[in-house]
Design a protein around this ligand. Sequence first.
Ligand code: HEC
Ligand code: HEC
Length: 222
Amino acid sequence: MRHRSSIAVALLLSALSAHAAEPSAVQDSGKDINGPCAACHGELGQGGKRGEYPRLAGQKPAYLEQQLRNFRSRARLNIPMLPYTQERELSDEDIRQVAAYLAGIELRTEFPDFKDSDDALTRLEAMEKVMIIPKLAGDLANGKTLYDEECAYCHGGTGRGIRRFPMLVGQYTNYLQRQIDAYLKRERPHDSDETLGVLGRLSKQDIDDILAYITHLQDVKP
Ligand code: HEC
Ligand code: HEC
């Protein structure tokens, strides 16, 4: 509590003194906090190793914050991340800043159109911001029907997430599958028990079709 109110005072003071400078200061420290995270999740939060490390870029900030608090308290167990959240005592303020920074990174799903005058560095930087999840085959009509009926309510009609409900589109399929397995084994809570019921009622084939459909939602504008 005392910690919170001192943050509030600090924020108020910085808002009063450096009105215009504040957003970039927050961004810089979000970027700094992300430094050690980038070793696994990438400089741009694009994740890596085909989904061993999930994408964080463009994820809902409220969701990122919630997960970081859950890792810190061990409500969601994540051994690789314990040193970065618990032992280094990532504060609530650090969590807010790194989440805002990561949520603000936009990755594209189509290759940029280069002009002849664009130099190699410009091209490289633009290409680093392209992230395309390989599209999977499956019964896409079944995937869509199930997604619209069972998932869209929380994860959004185009899979981009809503408030604290995470974006699923643009995330590695392997990672999503691993989380679904963790929910089914009750290693990780999926919202309420009722929602686990939804995942629990679906066949393996249905889940594969939903995951395939999610890869195709990349082309649908949010
Ligand atoms: C040593 C590697 C490593 C480092 C460093 C690391 N992470 Fe992670 N992180 C992981 C792994 C692995 C997972 C996925 C765990 C799982 O499969 O449940 C993960 C998951 C996450 C998730 C959950 C994503 C989701 O969609 O639910 C968030 C948020 C996250 N990390 C943020 C961070 C931040 C912020 C930092 C730096 C403070 C950080 N990580 C540092 C390995 C790492
Ligand atoms: C009632 C709301 C609700 C519905 C409906 C719902 N989810 Fe979720 N889902 C959540 C919440 C909340 C989380 C984050 C849980 C947490 O805090 O760990 C989540 C997380 C996930 C994740 C992990 C995302 C990540 O980045 O780690 C996957 C995968 C997922 N849901 C798949 C589905 C699928 C597939 C459906 C439909 C069959 C579905 N969900 C329906 C609320 C919902």
